[in-house]
Design a protein around this ligand. Structure first.
Ligand code: NI
Length: 158
């Protein structure tokens, strides 16, 4: 188990556009394992590679239904709308109201570089959007309606 340091807002790495992953290497496999360890240790529901300082298009998510690994993810379909509290491991202790699609379909590669499709609603749809935004250097705070507030324990950190 290797838990990596989570970069926080103000760190320039969080504003950068990440590069596509072109092949799976032992180093990238280790990064993915470390991202999962880091997310679980921090009790988050998602983590993107730039949050541990690596500018690669890799996301891990677990909304309580087991780990999802997304490499080079793309949102290919959305519908509906949901507004709710959102947090981020890179913005510790804070949360804010963000509107996201209520349904999101994602195309990505898995750890074996095979194409996978995931569909999510509610929290999973929100996590897809939030984490994929990280890969383009965007934080949820840019989308917050109103002010950031101190996170309650029940807020989910992504
Ligand atoms: Ni985040």
């Amino acid at each position: 188990m290797a838990v990596r340091e989570i970069r926080t807002m103000g760190d320039a790495v969080l504003g950068k556009v990440c590069k596509e992953v072109t092949s799976m290497t032992p180093r990238t496999k280790m990064l993915i394992e470390d991202m999962l360890d880091t997310m679980y240790e921090a009790m988050g529901v998602g983590l993107a590679a730039p949050q541990v300082g690596i500018l690669k298009r890799i996301v891990v998510i677990d909304v309580g239904e087991g780990p999802i690994i997304l490499i080079n993810p793309e949102i290919i379909e959305t519908s509906g709308e949901q507004t709710g509290g959102e947090g981020c491991l890179s913005v510790p202790g804070k949360a804010g109201q963000v509107t996201r699609p209520n349904y999101v379909k994602v195309k990505a590669l898995n750890e074996d570089m095979e194409e996978v499709i995931y569909e999510g609603t509610e929290l999973l749809a929100r996590a897809f959007c939030h984490e994929i935004d990280h890969l383009d250097g965007h934080l949820y705070v840019e989308k917050v309606e109103g002010e950031l507030y101190d996170a309650a324990y029940e807020e989910e950190d992504e």
